[in-house]
Design a protein around this ligand. Structure first.
Ligand code: NCD
Length: 365
């Protein structure tokens, strides 16, 4: 059997996502029971970037399944500080554990890890690229609160350029036929290569606004808010100029429907006013709590402890060919730092090339 990795939300079929939700429901009904399902399994949490919810909910999920956890949470205290490559690190760690959960600042880090280890790799965030497990719990929250994903209208608000949660979520929502309203300050809009791909592949519906004031919030079922991703800005002045450009407050909620839910992957900084926490529509703490049952279901599926059919998305590939030995132009791409990277580029229908690691579009070099 091929090893299962979760690098992108595209690695899961819609059916797999829905069956993971069913499994998560069953775990959620008695979360405090310590199961014996993963008694023989060990999980390594490799976190090269800060994390509270993702790492701890993964650890909690594995422990509740009956498994054990080893972790690396400070890259400066690991051999990465001596210059060890990620590929070498995961190659070694496969001897210590059964599954790797990885968070890394470089785009494509989970993919190169998966290529260089024989055990399953779960992407817990690779730079600004993707965060597929956050998307699973985001979709799960919408599904539980709204009863469906199909046709749901979701306003994605915030730093849509650098936010990996929204990059994965937009793909997941498009696949389930949800409609998206993008609300981002000037300069922080959703990357056009991603939205164009979703429109082409799934007929995705996007409409865009540059402020909460101008967006049709009275017409959405979900308002998904994200923080400005300070750590991704090359220019601190640029961050300063946008950091307080949107705030969801009691006044914002007045414009929403009485059953519009407010989601946020958290942590929040300035963009979600504390005064709305008591509003029943504020669902972000419920959303964060779902991280445990959803990650329990995912770990169990990836270790083959529960049966989830058609794990892979059954997709028609848009790729028309592959070019090798083409160095990626994205300075944040993992392939720039890992000597073992294959440097392959996919040829896309619009004549452009797409890096096989960071998925950024490039001109022919
Ligand atoms: C998100 C992340 O790390 O991308 N946090 C999380 O995993 N819950 C969002 C963020 O940091 O803004």
């Amino acid at each position: 059997m091929n090893k299962k990795d979760l690098i992108s939300i595209r690695d899961l079929s819609n059916d797999a996502i829905l069956s993971l939700f069913e499994i998560a429901n069953s775990f959620n009904s008695d979360l405090h029971k310590r199961l014996k399902l993963a008694n023989d399994a060990l999980m390594a949490a490799l976190f090269y970037e800060p994390s509270t919810r993702t790492r701890m909910s993964f650890e909690s999920a594995m422990l509740r399944l009956g498994g054990q956890v080893i972790n690396m949470t400070d890259p400066m205290a690991s051999s990465a500080s001596k210059g060890e490559t990620l590929a070498d690190t995961v190659r070694i760690i496969e001897n210590y554990t059964d599954i790797i959960v990885l968070r890394h600042p470089s785009e494509g880090a989970a993919k190169i890890s998966a290529e260089n280890t024989t055990i399953p790799v779960i992407n817990a965030g690779d730079g600004a690229r993707e965060h597929p497990t956050q998307t699973l719990l985001d979709l799960y929250t919408i599904f539980r609160e709204k009863g469906t994903l199909e046709g749901v209208k979701v306003a994605l608000c915030g730093d849509l350029k650098h936010g990996r949660t929204v990059h994965s979520l937009a793909q997941g929502l498009s696949r389930f036929g949800a409609k998206m309203i993008c609300v981002a300050p000037h300069g922080l809009e959703m990357p056009a290569d991603l939205s164009d791909r979703l429109i082409r592949k799934y007929n995705a519906e996007f409409v865009s606004y540059n402020s909460l004031q101008s967006a049709p919030l009275d017409d959405c079922d979900v308002l998904y808010v994200t923080r400005v991703q300070k750590e991704r800005f090359a220019d601190p002045l640029e961050f300063e100029s946008v950091k307080k450009s949107y705030v969801v407050s009691k006044d914002t909620l007045k414009k929403c429907q009485s059953d519009t839910i407010i989601l946020h992957p958290l942590p929040r900084v300035d963009e979600l006013d504390y005064t709305i926490d008591d509003d029943p529509r504020a669902a972000y703490f419920r959303q964060a709590a779902y991280g445990v049952p959803v990650r329990m279901a995912l770990i169990a599926a990836m270790l083959g402890l529960v049966n989830v059919s058609t794990l892979k998305e059954n997709q028609v590939s848009e790729v028309t060919g592959v070019i090798t030995d083409n160095i990626c132009g994205n300075p944040r791409c993992i392939s720039r730092n890992e000597p073992i990277a294959k440097h392959s580029m996919y040829k896309m229908p619009d004549g452009l090339l797409r890096c096989s690691y960071c998925e950024k579009y490039q001109e022919m070099s």
